[in-house]
Design a protein around this ligand. Structure first.
Ligand code: IPD
Length: 287
């Protein structure tokens, strides 16, 4: 295509920085905004205000692009092959409400359903993750990712794994998660795989960026939306990481199927994926 990806990327960074200032100066309150699926699926007034700023600026500059945002999404809206900005004004809303700094704005561009540009900015830590497809991934535009040459992944029991409950707190998908978390963590009588540790940072985008940079080996979750993952997916891929389905068997996940497993770059990715899939207790219905 004849799109100037670099220019779009630079513009997205400027929007992310502006949004970051709004997030920093906002008082997190769910009043007048509230919750979505249940009491743990939160949205704040800031989510809405930031999405409006972002969508207005992006539409003005790129009127022919489609737009998908967390706060304006309607059930049934479909991602198309058109260039589409995919935006989460605040990923990690629960953290934001609790004054926990694991919060970011996530701006992605997909073209032909392929995550193509990613900009993820945490205004509390000033960490900016960026990537353009085929052009590498960066931290703060200066440090190429991963930050150090990746060591081989080895087996699952060497792995530091990020997981999330998300807003699943009942039903089949809750059971798949709980049982899998237990399976991953339990000591094995035969000395088999037991992960080094489970982490839950409360932001899908930051989990994926941390996997890209090498601070996590695997991130596994069913339930995130395209706006939670699109931007960070580009960063992951460009850093040598791999994205597959959270359900066993699918090596080519779609951006809108809501089931993701990210694995960092390094020798032995496929083996870790297979070993992890063998621990998954059941199948997710989401997606
Ligand atoms: C959520 C966060 C959370 C993940 C959920 C996401 P939000 O996004 O990324 O870590 O577990 O699946 O929906 O609601 O904070 O934008």
């Amino acid at each position: 295509s004849n799109l100037d990806l670099q220019e779009i990327h630079d513009f997205m960074i400027s929007i992310a920085k502006k949004a970051g200032e709004m997030i920093m100066s906002a008082k997190p309150t769910t009043e007048g905004a509230g919750s979505k699926v249940n009491s743990v699926d939160l949205v704040t007034e800031t989510d809405r205000v930031v999405e409006t700023l972002v969508s207005t600026s992006l539409r003005q500059k790129y009127p022919s692009f489609a737009f998908m945002g967390e706060e304006t999404y309607k059930p049934g809206d479909r991602l198309t092959t058109e260039p589409t900005f995919i935006v989460d004004p605040i990923d990690g809303t629960t953290n934001f409400v609790h004054h926990n700094s694991s919060v970011c704005i996530s701006l992605g561009l997909s073209i032909s359903m392929i995550p193509t540009i990613g900009v993820i900015y945490n205004p509390f830590t000033s960490m900016l993750y960026t990537a353009i497809r085929s052009q590498g991934a960066y931290l703060n535009q200066t440090h190429k990712l991963p930050l150090t040459p990746p060591t081989p992944l080895g087996t699952l029991n060497n792995c530091l794994v990020a997981i999330e409950w998300g807003s699943d707190r009942s039903g089949n998908d809750f059971a798949v998660k709980s049982n899998t978390f237990a399976k991953l963590s339990a000591a094995k009588e035969d000395g088999g795989a037991m992960v080094a540790g489970l982490r839950t940072y409360g932001s899908a985008a930051l989990n994926i960026c941390l996997t890209a940079s090498g601070g996590l080996d695997v991130y596994w979750e069913a339930g995130p939306w395209p706006w939670d993952v699109c931007a960070a997916w580009v960063v992951l891929k460009e850093a040598g990481g791999m994205m597959v389905d959270a359900n066993p068997g699918n090596w080519e996940p779609r951006i809108d199927e809501r089931r993701y497993m990210a694995v960092r770059g390094g020798e032995g990715q496929e083996e870790v994926v297979e070993e992890f899939w063998a621990c998954v207790q059941g199948r997710f219905k989401v997606g």
